[in-house]
Design a protein around this ligand. Sequence first.
Ligand SMILES: N[C@@H](CCC(=O)N[C@@H](CSC=O)C(=O)NCC(=O)O)C(=O)O
Length: 296
Amino acid sequence: MILFPDLPSNCLTMLTEVSKNMCFGGWQKVFSHESSELSCSMRFAVYLPPQSESGPRPALFYLSGLTCTEQNFITKAGAQQYAAKHGLIVVAPDTSPRGIGVPGEDDSYDLGTGAGFYVDATREPWAKNYRMHSYITKELMKLVQENFPVKPGAIGITGHSMGGHGALICALRNPGLYRSVSAFSPICNPSACPWGQKAFTAYFGESASADWEAHDATKLAAGYAGPELELLIDQGEADEFLEKGQLLPERLVNACSGNARLKTRLRMQKDYDHSYFFIASFIGDHIEHHAKALLA
Ligand SMILES: N[C@@H](CCC(=O)N[C@@H](CSC=O)C(=O)NCC(=O)O)C(=O)O
């Protein structure tokens, strides 16, 4: 298990409860807090299953895609019934800092607000606030473990599209931090697709560089040397973004096939598109995949 050397042990964060709703016998809550990594106020959702009343439970992080807030997943995916069945805490953060005032942050749906890409930007004007990688893997991780009954070391990660890319790179860049990983229609090779190239150019600089490689699941898979992981990936065959070359799942599968520590289970799902109707159809399988690994 990884501890958090970069954060002082006395760094306690104040959480404000924004909403709470009973759901499948557990609580779907939303909190806000001041993020030190992102230098702004952030919201995240947490589902506390009924079993968490009587002791620590595994936690699954879900990272959303472009344009999303913490609301899309909790209102559209129908995950709570499966989290309640298996006793998993589910954490769903927002997708970027908000209201920072960076020039251009609201000009397009695929850069800036709602499009943090789960990286730590190194280029201005983004570098101060756009630090979603550290936010997810360090600050929010620590905050969740300090404030909710999370079973130590039993953390999984999943996500959709930009969030699928986020889940994959969080797991591959931080060996041992997450015991299980999966993704829905992830952006598998951002250095080679229009969404990724636009974001990486802004956040890391013009030409493909070490920063690009270090945040690209297909590149990271080849060199991964951590504990064995089984990557469950669902991909709709009728996904408009698959057709547009934004997702490139076959490249990730090829890269993993050369690494004995990574097993991929890519399931191509006939007639499914990129929407939350697709996610709602397979979220039960993903939660079961994580529960198996995290409750073992
Ligand atoms: N508006 C854009 C596409 C926006 C979109 O489809 N966002 C997806 C994630 S795409 C990759 O990260 C999403 O999850 N939307 C939220 C929802 O509730 O469906 C366009 O029109 O191209």
